[in-house]
Write a protein that binds this ligand. Structure first.
Ligand code: NAD
Length: 356
């Protein structure tokens, strides 16, 4: 492996491990950024990288992101991530997943894995046959935590949007508040349904235009073409599709008071957080507002480790704390003049025992 500790994304990660299994052809990287708050938790990505360096960067950046996200969600876990380096055909075999499970098990619980891009629920069930250190496994009981994280993520975003509307617009109701939603999949669709129940005015958009239109019909919402959603004149723009959409061009097009949505890594670069604040747009840091899913899967994991059933009300209680954390960030941002994303990063660093 090249000298990963000289990479710009290296941030005193506690462990970066190369996993090679000749028999199955597995090549994977596991990174633990911080275990200050508990075992490093974060999903496994299965991806074809053009060069190994790109995989190293991804695992370093994503594991740090998990430290921040888990800490800000108040969870007793740290930050970790794994990437499995796929070939161009993305060949995935049971033997590879078994070898990966063995590598996770060998870390003795320092790393807890889960699903991520390119890994299905079925794949994770296969990994779980070799290791107990897996979160987010399917559940059969709707009254238990765990299972599909999408609805829990949507619930947290809904609470976060309500808090943002109260903070920025001084309104304690969403009735008539106009929200433009980019992406109406698992997360965005759930957010739209919850907002519609409160009488919000919705404009929806998805590259799957049929999906957007069907949902709009059910909810009495409007739709626009994907290329127009960021310039809709609205109160809240809620990105729930892609990352890096808040770049120079995207921010220049925004005609809203608030950006609050579930997509990961919304800011193309750190500087774009400042650009939003210069435009007087209230920004809900993505990893704070979209933590509902991780709260659910982590609590399910921790309960399973203690052979207990996990009460869904505890999950809901913790998700309901997301607005409090956001308000704390916005208040500090206003008092200090530091943009909200930077305030959140500093808070997260403090929680994991780093930073000034
Ligand atoms: P999903 O695949 O269910 O939905 C994404 C939707 O976005 C799809 O309907 C897709 O057609 C649409 N889309 C893609 N490109 C688009 C574009 N350019 N314009 C408009 N729509 C577009 O995924 P999801 O689980 O809903 O996740 C959405 C985002 O939230 C992702 O960034 C994901 O990383 C993030 N996230 C998800 C969770 C979760 O619990 N699922 C948790 C945290 C963060």
């Amino acid at each position: 492996m090249s000298a990963f500790w000289t990479e710009p994304d290296f941030d005193d990660h506690e462990l970066v491990q190369l996993v090679r299994d000749e028999q199955s052809g597995l090549t994977a990287l596991i990174a633990l950024h911080s275990t200050h708050c508990g075992p490093g938790a974060g999903g496994t990505r299965f991806w074809h990288y053009a060069e190994p360096k790109a995989a190293i960067r991804d695992v370093l950046r994503l594991s740090r992101g998990m430290s921040y996200k888990n800490a800000m969600a108040g969870l007793p876990v740290g930050g970790g991530k794994a990437v499995i380096l796929a070939d161009e055909q993305r060949t995935k075999t049971p033997e590879m997943l078994a070898a990966f499970g063995d590598a996770v098990e060998a870390l003795g619980g320092r790393y807890v894995t889960a699903e991520d891009v390119g890994i299905s629920e079925k794949d994770m069930v296969a990994v779980a046959e070799r290791t107990q250190y897996v979160s987010g496994l399917p559940t059969t009981d709707d009254d238990e935590a765990g299972g599909d994280p999408g609805p829990f993520t949507a619930m947290g975003i809904y609470h976060g949007i309500k808090a943002a509307v109260e903070h920025k617009l001084g309104k304690d109701s969403l009735s008539g508040v106009h929200v433009a939603i980019q992406g109406v999949g698992s997360v965005g669709g759930g957010v739209a349904r919850l907002l519609a129940q409160d009488g919000a005015k919705l404009t929806l958009s998805d590259i799957d235009q049929r999906r957007a239109q069907d949902l709009a019909q059910q909810l009495g919402a409007k739709t626009v073409a994907p290329e127009s959603i960021m310039s809709v004149s609205c109160d809240v723009f809620s990105p729930n599709a892609l990352g890096a959409i808040l770049d120079d061009d995207g921010i220049a097009r925004l005609d809203c008071a608030i950006v609050a949505g579930g997509a990961n890594n919304q800011l193309a670069r750190e500087a774009h957080g400042k650009l939003l604040s210069d435009r007087d747009i209230l920004y809900a840091p993505d990893y704070v507002i979209n933590a509902g899913g991780i709260i659910s899967v982590t609590l399910e994991y921790l309960c399973r480790q203690h052979s207990e059933n996990c009460d869904i009300n505890e999950v809901r209680r913790r998700i309901a704390q997301i607005p409090g954390r956001l308000k704390e960030i916005w208040q500090e941002s206003e008092e200090s003049g530091v943009p909200s994303h930077a305030v959140a990063n500093a808070m997260a660093q403090k929680l994991i025992g780093r930073g000034a």
